[in-house]
Design a protein. Sequence first.
Length: 607
Amino acid sequence: MAQAREQSSRDSTRRRSSSRKRSSDGSAASELKGRRFGRILVKLDKLTRDEVHEALAIQRKRKEQGERSKVGEILVEMGKITAQDVTQVLAGQIGLDFIALEAESIDEALTSHLPAETARTYQIVPVAFDAGKKLLTIAMKSPDNFRAVDDLRLLMGFKVRAVVCPEAAVDQALDRLYSKAQGSSMLDVMAELGESDTLAAFEGRGESVDLEQLASATEDNAVVKLLNLVLLQAIRDKASDIHFEPFEDEFKMRYRIDGVLYEMVPPPAHLALPIVSRIKVMADLDIAERRLPQDGRIELTVAANPIDLRVSVLPTMFGESVVMRVLDRSTVELSLDRIGLREDEFETMNELIRKPNGVLLITGPTGSGKTTTLYAALSELNDPETKILTAEDPVEYDIDGLVQCQVNTDQDLTFARLLRSFLRQDPDTILVGEIRDLETAQIAIQASLTGHLVFSTLHTNDAPSTVLRMIDLGVESFLITATVEAVVAQRLVRRICQDCKEEYEPSHAELMEVELRPEDVTGRTFFRGRGCDKCNGSGYKGRLALFEIMLLDDTIRELIMTQASTAVLRMECRRQGMRTLRESGLLSIYDGRTTIDEVMRETISEE
């Protein structure tokens, strides 16, 4: 009996030793998942319990002194563990294996499953591929990059398993596997599309395609590569929209960069259906429904930046047109002092957004930056003492501290209905994404009359014409004068590329276009972009906003009450010092930030 107990004890010790060994070499991460940082280090035989308690005591002492330090940082400072040990523990906490990667042992053939652009963007390398299970194993530098796994499942169309490796090992593997690879060009991918037997079956078939065949085509490697290349290039070039447009004899792909559309190399027309269906799969839409519009979204994390793609599918004569709106939080300045306001405009806006009640309207066409301006204003007001509610269609950016609501017309959740509910939520500030009808306008006005500050947008050409637009909706003149504090019109113009910026002398004809005479610009310097690789030869990179701020004082309100024309309102506003969009554009030209062509394209003469 004693001998049996001794044998059992030895077996138990062996199992514990085996368990510790498996954890140490990273092959049993599930045993570590969810455990505390210190306990994992003890389990991996990196530290003793006393050493962990010593680090925790230091952490508590620092906390009492107002300092915040992580246990891992303290242990590295003490010399007890290395930064690599910290990475291994963090990986174990979320259930990822940690392996010692050897770059030379990776089969170069694996790069066919992970294109160079994707590997470099996400800083990952392929380690193994199981064709039967369609499972790709990737190695990444940090467990914080776990979102890359979800992105790759979406982009590549197969299962992805991640392991964590030392940073230097991943860098070495990237250099070895992809040093010569320049990334697939659009022409290379187009050639692959032409060689695919699966896609060749779609030629001449039109819309009459078997669903199983279509589903198979959405997973075709060439289609996956094409869309990955298009998406990553669009995000890298900071495009705001990606268009996929079917025509009778061709299928166009275009980017909108800085407000201007650029055409890409078009794929064969018969591949429109597989490409659109692949987008639908990624956006979780119905590939069988091709007669009705559909809307969806794709969420990615590229280079640690969250990217939200809003997908709109519209049936047309020759197939489905798709537009993907790229919402990249990292490229948007959600701060009032960084959206392009001049010093005097910034002071005026700062005063307006801090009024206790009233309506502030931002106007301009689609894509003129109205939503960004409103978000910047709300970010300025966003503090624990202010309750801010927003009704948006769609909610473009998720901002901490704001209670944001999505309009849903399918459920009869309109701007007007949300606004009614807002008034029972004790708000200080309300954002209405857009005033589209009389009902929404009336409730917004009612909210301002009951002590709330209301922000909203309208589609008008300039600030003075907003009054006529509201009257046209059915709003009474006396309600406009009682509630509207100001109207801000804005436009976006392209900024001159700083890498190829050069001085030049504008011609007499160019000056005449903006109603200037040579004597008006004596001593002034004009600039333009010569065109370079950084700006794709356009001479422009980025955009800046032009503003026109109409403040409603007693004189303006009296003119509105007497139903004065837009021309009379504009004349009085200019007499009081309102800077028009054209005048704001001229100042930006003089500052060397934009060109005469851009201001002419986006503004109209005020005479």
